[in-house]
Design a protein around this ligand. Structure first.
Ligand SMILES: [Mn+2]
Length: 342
């Protein structure tokens, strides 16, 4: 299926984008409810493009299997004034607790993955102000696809509010015997942090079958010359009902209902200096387990009475709630939530 690109300049284009997304979603086998949710998401994103008077705003709708299973991918992209719009989203409506305005909260809530980033464009103005565009990428997995999936997962990631690039990056890939997830938090924030975390995720992508200990060694070499990153890798093996974990730095992992089982990472920075021999942690993967991996842009001081820690919710709602309730305003923030499908 070819990507559908809808140019969004005026009100009338919003309906065009919405209908294109709904029909693609319908063809892909989404339920009527999910089709409706995808239509809402595209409407919100397209409305943003029109309301912010963006340059060359477009909605891209395509099928992807980037995480090892089919999903619809909705990209909203413009060539500016993205940074202004992002700033507005982050300052005016994106509260210090990480809530996003401009309808982006709905996008996060209704889709399984959400990623927002600003990128430099060639539309430099006479005032020499660098121009930035904004790109929002959101995916939703096909629930009734031909390939039965064994996990449900959600991923939420956003940059330091007002920053142009996301210094965090994540990876999720399901295969026949389990799933591999990774979160990389490039040191600091901004573009240099983004270079480190993107290189980390690209390296994970190229070594998905590797054992976790040697993979961390490969990451350490590949990240030399960058700022380095905090990285956590988790593999769940369904045949052996085992979860393996390894991490360096402040990317935390929790497994519920085991609750207290905090999988410990070693101090250090992947890509910088000498690493202590990293330790592989293993535990039984419970059938009803919920795995949460998050960067330190999410406060770990979870209040058990907060609705965000109601693990009976869907993975999408949990991810959205954790970002909203515990996302820090002074860092890039990423949270992945993974659970075995029924
Ligand atoms: Mn961080």
């Amino acid at each position: 299926m070819e990507a559908i690109v809808v140019s969004v300049r005026r009100e009338g284009d919003i309906g065009h984008a919405r209908r294109a997304a709904a029909s693609t979603a319908g063809e892909m086998g989404f339920s009527p409810l999910a089709v409706e949710q995808i239509a809402v998401v595209v409407t919100e994103l397209a409305t943003n493009l029109v309301q912010h008077h963006t340059i060359d705003g477009q909605i891209i709708i395509r099928m992807t299997d980037g995480c090892g299973r089919p999903a619809i991918e909705i990209i909203s992209e413009d060539q500016g004034p993205g940074i202004a719009a992002l700033h507005q989203a982050t300052q005016d409506h994106w509260s210090s607790r990480g809530t996003m305005g401009c309808g982006l909260g709905a996008v996060q809530r209704l889709m399984d993955t959400f990623d927002i980033e600003s990128h430099p464009t060639s539309n430099a103005t006479e005032s020499d102000t660098p121009a930035f565009g904004t790109r929002v990428t959101a995916r939703k997995w096909v629930e009734n696809g031909e390939q039965p999936h064994r996990f449900n997962y959600s991923a939420n990631s956003r940059p330091y509010p007002g920053e142009t690039e996301n210094g965090d990056a994540f990876f999720i890939q399901e295969d026949h015997d389990g799933v591999l997830v990774a979160v990389a938090d490039g040191l600091g924030h901004g573009s240099k942090a983004a270079i480190a975390s993107r290189r980390a995720i690209e390296t994970v992508r190229q070594n998905v079958r590797s054992e976790l200990e040697p993979l961390l060694g490969v990451l350490h070499r590949k990240l030399s010359g960058t700022r380095g990153a905090a990285i956590t890798l988790v593999r769940i093996d369904l045949e052996e009902r085992k979860l393996a974990h390894i991490g360096i730095g402040n990317v935390a992992t929790r497994v519920y209902p085991t609750g207290t089982s905090q999988l410990v990472t070693l101090p250090g920075v992947v890509g910088m200096g000498e690493l202590d021999r990293p330790r592989l942690n293993c535990m039984t993967w419970p059938k009803d387990g919920t795995l949460i991996v998050f960067s330190d842009g999410i406060s770990a001081k979870w209040d058990p009475s907060d609705e965000a820690t109601n693990w009976d919710n869907s993975v999408t709602v949990i991810g959205h709630n954790l970002m909203k309730a515990f996302g820090r305003s002074n860092d890039d923030a990423t949270v992945l939530v993974v659970r075995e499908a029924d």
